[in-house]
Design a protein around this ligand. Structure first.
Ligand code: SF4
Ligand code: SF4
Length: 56
């Protein structure tokens, strides 16, 4: 299962900078994960300051 970013995202970019497969992109007011590429490593959830990413 892929991870998904909730509306709590403050678009800081930390998750995108740390994702090992580069599947997180800037969508303006929040960041979004491409579920077809995400390997569910959990790194984004671990580095996010507001706990926005979680496993679907
Ligand atoms: Fe990237 Fe891992 Fe987060 Fe998936 S779980 S978006 S692979 S950092
Ligand atoms: Fe949004 Fe968290 Fe990623 Fe920052 S680390 S862009 S707050 S999901």
């Amino acid at each position: 299962m892929a991870y998904k970013i909730s509306d709590a995202c403050i678009a800081c970019g930390t998750c995108a900078a740390n994702c090992p497969v580069g599947c997180i992109s800037d969508k303006g007011s929040k960041y979004e994960i491409d579920p077809s590429v995400c390997i569910s490593c959990g790194t984004c959830a671990a580095v996010c300051p507001v706990g926005a990413p979680s496993e679907e």
